[in-house]
Design a protein around this ligand. Structure first.
Ligand SMILES: Cc1cc2nc3c(=O)[nH]c(=O)nc-3n(C[C@H](O)[C@H](O)[C@H](O)COP(=O)(O)O)c2cc1C
Length: 265
């Protein structure tokens, strides 16, 4: 009797496990395409927000298709890659920096003396997003990433077509502390970036996240953004990652390409 009931108990337990595992795996498989679609939509929303376009003003995909002209560039030369040469990792709509940076075939290590963003590796190519208004490119939304205190922050910085004026910054992924480093998501802090000057007359990167608050009477204030209070390490991380990506080691070659081939043409 007792052997019988032990067998039965195990049998029922195994049966329940089997049914549950079938349910969970079929749910995972059937939800996969929805998850992929949502990831894509989320990326579009972040790009539109970084471009200063309201993703809620209509259908996100329609606005994205109408206003955003994505290009994959070779980071070291700054040249766009023809879309006939794209591989499966180069879809601008799903471009995954982490997956590319983790793949030795598609990434390169950054020399220590250049790695002010603390990222060790970077993709060899990057998806950048041109914002078109009435057929003309008005802004460039550029992916950026770098180390904060607890995490790597992933986001976008937007430059005007003058390639000097910042039009926005946004982070779509980070693990900084809410209320401290997490204030990178605070719209008030983000709004300060709009209109700041990223480079000086000599083309050097000047934009700086201060430790403290910007003094508007200081002539250098056009290059400065308030630090996040109580969050010196995150603030410094943002300062360094922005400096890295805007420098010659980051998007510099792409800016040179644009100046020579697109903006004066
Ligand atoms: C629980 C906890 C969470 C923290 N989170 C952050 C953070 O997200 N970003 C940050 O820069 N500092 C954070 N800090 C503070 C840092 O440890 C460090 O003290 C701070 O960056 C120094 O900034 P301050 O000179 O502006 O005070 C945190 C501290 C504690 C105790």
């Amino acid at each position: 009797m007792s052997t019988d009931s032990t067998k039965k108990t195990i049998g029922v337990a195994l049966g329940v496990c089997l049914v549950c595992s079938i349910l969970v795996s079929s749910a995972a498989v059937s939800l996969n395409s929805i998850q992929e679609k949502n990831k894509r939509l989320d990326r579009f929303k972040n790009i539109l927000a970084a471009a200063g376009l309201d993703p809620l003003s209509g259908d996100v995909v329609d606005i994205y298709n109408e206003k955003i002209d994505p290009v994959i560039i070779d980071l070291s030369t700054g040249n766009p890659i023809p879309d006939t040469e794209y591989n499966e990792m180069m879809d601008p709509a799903t471009f995954n920096i982490k997956a590319l940076a983790d793949n030795p075939q598609f990434s390169e290590s950054i020399p220590d003396n250049e790695d002010i963003a603390g990222i060790n590796r970077r993709p060899k190519v990057m998806a950048v997003y041109q914002v078109r208004v009435d057929g003309q490119v008005q802004k460039f939304v550029l992916p950026i990433y770098g180390k904060g205190l607890w995490s790597t922050l992933y986001g976008f910085i937007t430059l005007d077509r003058d390639l000097t004026t910042v039009r926005g910054i946004t982070f779509y992924e980070h693990g900084e502390t809410p209320g401290l480093g997490g204030e990178v998501d605070n719209p008030k802090w983000k709004n300060q970036w709009n209109g700041k000057t990223a480079f000086d007359e000599q083309g050097r990167v000047r934009i700086t996240v201060l430790k403290g608050v910007v003094d508007p009477t200081n002539p250098a204030s056009e290059y400065q953004v308030d630090g996040l209070s109580g969050s010196t390490i995150t603030s410094r991380g943002v300062d360094q990652l922005v400096k890295y990506w805007l420098s010659e080691n980051g998007y510099g070659p792409f800016f040179d390409y644009l100046k020579e081939n697109v903006l004066n043409g």
